[in-house]
Write a protein that binds this ligand. Structure first.
Ligand SMILES: NC(=O)c1ccc[n+]([C@@H]2O[C@H](COP(=O)([O-])OP(=O)(O)OC[C@H]3O[C@@H](n4cnc5c(N)ncnc54)[C@H](OP(=O)(O)O)[C@@H]3O)[C@@H](O)[C@H]2O)c1
Length: 398
């Protein structure tokens, strides 16, 4: 992959005002998605309050997604672990050489990370995988990576069990979510989220939306921050049109939703293979384009913004209006396209929380998951096919 430094201006804030509380009920997320019962082993249900959820509809005949209409599912999960109860050792996925998914092993005796002054220790309930996790494991970022061995994982949702001396707002017992690496390719943490505990700077976390369970919350941070930052850098705003390449992926599915339901796009078009076109529409796409049958270069209309989440910038620039923006998150860049690397920021999550809590924006979990903690290798292998729909989530963890 080719990744270069950002050339676009820093994000400004151009989203429409968050929904008022009265809009919550009118924007019920229950319709388009099927919500399964919370997937947690029976043995854990009593101890942590169980959670729950159910009902909902079906997104499309070919794909089933989990969404945010859990009825107060999440808060019932909370259990406060007193600092004295935090063990010294934990279970974690770890690798000590770069390679394919086979280098990963689940180990029992990994030291629970120390908490820095500005950090909290999170007992990890759920984590999500991102392509950057397997690219890192393959050694693609060797030059800037933390030393081996590595506990992988960027996205986390869990409960704060310890706070550093300089932590201002979070406290023990808070249910939080976030992407633990501030820069996706620099200063990466050696001890990531595929573990029972992970230490994270307070500023990278936000309080979890009340209506989401931990698996749903874990699916969001890196992908939604990438979607948001790209739209901001492109100067996206109400009344503009956007074409999303890769609309069914972790990032693309959130670009569609943010553009339509947060920014107030005039038109959202998105690409996927044939079986995922209905899903694109259910997320908010006005136009779902089958990339196996149509060429985006030949569409009869051009777009204010093209958001390329698949690495086809050379083609993407042919679908943008003159003076428009082409946001690229992967692959080589052709002018006027620009690429950026996401910055994790809990404030962005906090800003988007009202849209998640109202159901305007919904987590999209691949129906093959959530994968239990013992099946991280299988989860990686699946993500690495490049065919995942939405996010691949690991749950339950601790
Ligand atoms: N620069 C950054 O900061 C940043 C941040 C996040 C991600 N990324 C990168 O962005 C890329 C996307 O990330 P992601 O998390 O969204 O990946 P992902 O969830 O693994 O994407 C999988 C999806 O891509 C779709 N897809 C594959 N080829 C396609 C094509 N030619 N046209 C349309 N859709 C296609 C697949 O749909 P079909 O099955 O229908 O093909 C599938 O649903 C990755 O390379 C990742 O490393 C970069």
């Amino acid at each position: 992959i080719a990744i270069i430094n950002t050339t676009a201006p820093c994000p400004t804030l151009s989203i429409v005002p968050p929904p008022s509380s009265s809009s919550s009920s009118s924007a019920s997320p229950s319709k388009p998605y099927l919500v399964p019962p919370l997937l947690r082993p029976r043995s854990l249900r009593g101890r942590r309050g169980g959670g729950g959820g159910g009902g909902g509809g079906v997104a499309s005949p070919s794909t089933r997604v989990f969404a945010s209409s859990m009825s107060a599912a999440a808060s019932a999960d909370a259990v406060v672990v007193a600092p004295s109860e935090v063990p010294e050792k934990m279970r974690a996925w770890i690798y000590d050489e770069y390679g394919d998914a086979g280098v990963l092993r689940l180990e029992d005796g990994v030291a629970v990370p120390e908490v820095g002054d500005d950090q909290v220790l999170v007992r990890v309930s759920a984590a999500a995988l991102n392509p950057v996790d397997f690219k890192r494991r393959q050694g693609k970022f060797k030059a800037t990576d933390s030393p081996l061995p590595t506990v992988p994982g960027y996205d986390v949702a869990g409960i704060v069990v310890k706070v550093g001396s300089q932590v201002k707002n979070l406290k023990e017992g808070d249910e939080v979510y976030g992407d633990i690496n501030e820069k996706a390719l620099e200063n990466l943490k050696q001890f990531g989220s595929l573990a029972e505990y992970t230490a994270v700077e307070e500023k990278l976390l936000a309080v979890k939306p009340k209506n989401l369970d931990f698996a749903q919350a874990a699916s969001l941070p890196l992908a939604i921050e990438t979607a948001y930052e790209g739209l901001e850098r492109a100067g996206f705003s109400a009344g503009k049109s956007v074409l999303v390449l890769g609309g069914a992926g972790g990032v693309g599915s959130l670009v569609i939703q943010l553009a339509k339901h947060v920014y107030g796009a005039s038109k959202v078009a998105a690409t996927s293979s044939t079986g995922k076109l209905e899903l694109l529409k259910s997320l908010g796409a006005d136009l779902a384009i089958d990339y196996t049958k149509e060429n985006i270069e030949e569409l009869p209309e051009k777009f204010d913004v093209v958001y390329d989440a698949v690495g086809q910038c050379e083609r993407a620039v042919k679908a943008v209006k003159e003076g428009g923006s082409v946001v690229v998150i992967i692959g080589p860049v052709t002018p006027p396209g620009f690429i950026f690397i996401v910055t994790s920021n809990g404030e962005i999550l906090a800003k988007l929380n009202p849209y998640l809590e109202s159901g305007k924006v919904k987590p999209l979990l691949d129906p093959k998951g959530p994968f239990p903690f013992t099946q991280v290798v299988e989860a990686f292998s699946y993500l690495e096919t490049g065919r995942a729909t939405g996010k691949v989530v690991i749950y339950p963890i601790a």
